[in-house]
Design a binder for this molecule. Structure first.
Ligand code: NIG
Ligand code: FE
Length: 389
């Protein structure tokens, strides 16, 4: 192992709440950090830094933990810019366009899907994402979902089975048959995923159908997460809390009881402002959630329908501008919040022993991520070589 000292850091966010200024982001000014190929070895003031094998000068830049993008639909074929234009002209999102992506994805070869997903992955990585979750959900048949899970596993350890995305056209007259297929044979064939997710909303699956699929996922050894309250409030948050989902995602429309439920639970609320942006929906208040004591994550939701977004910086800027988060809160949500949404302790922070996943910004202060939206502020991304991400 080779130790590497990164010093002359203007502002370092460690997300270690025991550090220096007592804020949740654990800010250290005039900082340094020592890492090896896998882990963080030392963190502190530059003046106190120990010797190391290699030396790297950050030249006053801000440094943050690598972003944890805990919600993407990275593997798909085709695009739906026409739907986006229609929504900008006043049309509403109802999930109907998913069928178009299903048709394109079914028709694509493994190689085509790999090539397109890798291009999106490269964009995420260049934007500072060091861990990414990837869902299936654009095949909606047994072989196709198993194929998407297999391709997702080439990208990440955080693979989610989303056979219950919507009811495919061929099952339009037999919803129960589709739910049974997802909870049965399709689930078994997708056993190697880590997570089960359901789109529990108007136009997708109701609470009882979602419960059936989540219970089958748990019986299959998966941990759980849920798409909820994106289009309407049909009681999905209560289901997520009841089934101990690690994360409930979207949360565009939340009732007060739902906010209370989340505050008293281990379920993270994952906000996806790219989806509100691209569907011209109202942004939910992140402030309301944080003030109630809910843990909040931010993610891209990268998908061709509601959020063709590969920039966590853009997501952070939206959360600060539109959702009432401070810059520090948005940074925490995009890093340690994402890790919590994946129930991971080894990422999303830079305490000694954590994976050495970090981002060096082209800016002296972290606030520039929200202050200069659309600018390319990611100078360098360091990513641990250890094991699976
Ligand atoms: O997270 N809401 C469900 N799934 C995706 C959108 C899928 C699509 O429209 O292609 C989402 O927004
Ligand atoms: Fe999604």
């Amino acid at each position: 192992m080779t130790s590497r000292l990164l010093t002359n850091i203007g502002e370092l966010l460690t997300n270690d709440s025991s550090r220096v200024d007592e804020t949740p982001v654990g800010r250290v000014l005039d900082a340094a950090i020592v890492v090896d190929e896998e882990r963080v070895l030392w963190v502190g003031r530059g003046a106190d830094a120990p010797a190391a094998d290699e030396y790297y000068d950050a030249r006053g830049a801000a440094v943050v933990p690598g972003f944890v993008d805990s919600h993407t639909h990275l593997i798909f074929a085709g695009e739906r810019s026409g739907e986006f234009e229609a929504r900008m002209a006043g049309e509403r999102y109802d999930g109907g366009g998913i069928a178009n992506t299903v048709a394109a994805t079914r028709a694509a070869s493994d190689e085509q899907l790999r090539e397109q997903s890798n291009a999106r992955l490269a964009a995420l990585r260049a934007g500072g994402v060091t861990t990414v979750e990837v869902k299936s959900g654009y095949a909606l048949d047994v072989d196709g979902e198993a194929r998407l899970v297999r391709l997702a596993k080439e990208i990440t350890a955080e693979v989610t089975f989303l056979g219950a995305h919507v009811v495919p056209r061929e099952f339009a007259a037999d919803r129960d048959g589709y739910v049974a297929l997802v909870a049965g044979e399709m689930m078994t064939r997708c056993a190697s995923a880590k997570w089960t997710d359901v789109f529990c909303d108007v136009g997708a699956f109701d609470v009882d159908e979602a419960r059936t699929v989540l219970e089958a996922g748990r019986a299959n050894g998966h941990s759980l997460r849920l798409h909820a309250n994106q289009i309407a409030d049909i009681g999905a948050v209560a289901l997520a809390v009841e089934t101990d989902c690690a994360s409930v995602d979207h949360c565009t429309y939340l009732s007060d009881p739902d906010v209370e439920r989340l505050a008293g639970s281990d379920t993270v609320a994952t906000l996806l402002p790219g989806a509100e942006f691209s569907t011209r929906s109202p942004y939910p208040s992140g402030r309301r959630l944080l003030d109630a004591g809910v843990k909040v994550a931010l993610a891209t939701d990268c998908n061709p329908g509601t959020s063709y977004v590969t920039s966590m910086s853009f997501v952070i800027a939206l959360a600060v501008r539109e959702m009432g988060l401070s810059v520090d809160e948005a940074l925490w949500a995009a890093t340690r919040g994402g890790a919590a949404a994946l129930r991971r302790e080894d990422i999303g922070h830079l305490e000694v022993g954590a994976r050495c996943d970090l981002v060096i910004l082209n800016a002296p202060r972290v606030a520039h991520l929200a202050y200069r939206p659309g600018s390319s502020l990611i100078r360098e991304v360091w990513r641990s070589e250890s094991g699976e991400h």
